[in-house]
Design a protein around this ligand. Structure first.
Ligand code: C5P
Length: 232
């Protein structure tokens, strides 16, 4: 049987990947993988169990054994994240957890431990995969690869608005510094660093609102998957 088609959407935080992916998955009725949530849940579990963020073997053991499930909450929304029967959707979205996730994500054995789990999301009729290395590594044979960028300033503003809307208290200056630190760590790590795949289409969203980005992506999808032409 042939493999399910995959659309990868990679890029740094604050580029609007999450919203675009959720809308796209709903429109196409495809599965959605929010790979960042996996790294966040590993970091969250480590903190709760008192595991240090540089204890690579303990962190990899957490990554292998996560009892984790995602539930779709509809277009534009994050998935509901259920860890060992508790809803952790809100706590894993904090900046602290995002930062810890990026430290955990730099460890090769943790990435390896999460690889098969991510690939299991590839099921019919298709998958939208949101992350940093979806197109370069996890689904390097994806049918369509998109890489979203935006200026660091614009991304910080968007994250600020998004977190405020979720009731998470943040300060723009701290947030900008956190984002810069996370970008640096994600780009400089040895395994699967953040970069566009050679065959990715790069879209700079600095000057675009979310609807314009969605339209641009829908038209790429329509061109790539002619049989889905009726969906837009
Ligand atoms: O996308 P999100 O902000 O939830 O990701 C949290 C962190 O997880 C990122 O800063 C990055 O370090 C890591 N990550 C990764 N590879 C992915 C997805 C996320 O390294 N595919």
């Amino acid at each position: 049987m042939s493999k399910a088609p995959v659309i990868t959407v990679d890029g740094p935080s604050g580029t609007g990947k999450g919203t675009v992916c959720s809308v796209l998955a709903t429109k196409l009725q495809w599965h959605l993988l929010d790979s960042g949530a996996l790294y966040r849940v590993v970091a969250y579990t480590a903190e709760r169990r008192g595991v240090a963020l540089d204890d690579e073997s303990a962190l990899a053991a957490i990554a292998v054994s996560l009892d984790l499930k995602f539930e779709n909450r509809g277009p534009g929304e994050d998935n509901k994240t259920i860890l060992e029967a508790s809803d952790v959707s809100q706590p894993i979205r904090s900046e602290k957890c995002g930062n810890a996730a990026s430290r955990v994500a730099a460890l090769p054995t943790v990435r390896e431990a999460l690889l098969q789990r991510q690939r299991q999301f590839r099921q019919m009729p298709g998958l939208i995969a949101d992350g940093r290395d979806m197109g370069t590594h996890v689904f390097s044979d994806a049918e369509l690869k998109i890489f979203l960028t935006a200026s660091a300033e614009e991304r910080a503003k968007r994250r600020y608005k998004q977190l405020k809307e979720k009731g998470i208290n943040v300060n723009l200056r701290d947030l900008s510094a956190d984002i810069a630190e996370r970008d640096r760590r994600d780009k400089e790590r040895i395994v699967s660093p953040l970069k566009p795949a050679e065959d990715a289409i790069v879209i700079d969203t600095t000057m675009c609102d979310v609807n314009a980005v969605n339209r641009q992506i829908f038209s790429l999808v329509q061109n790539r998957f002619a049989d889905l032409a009726a969906f837009v």
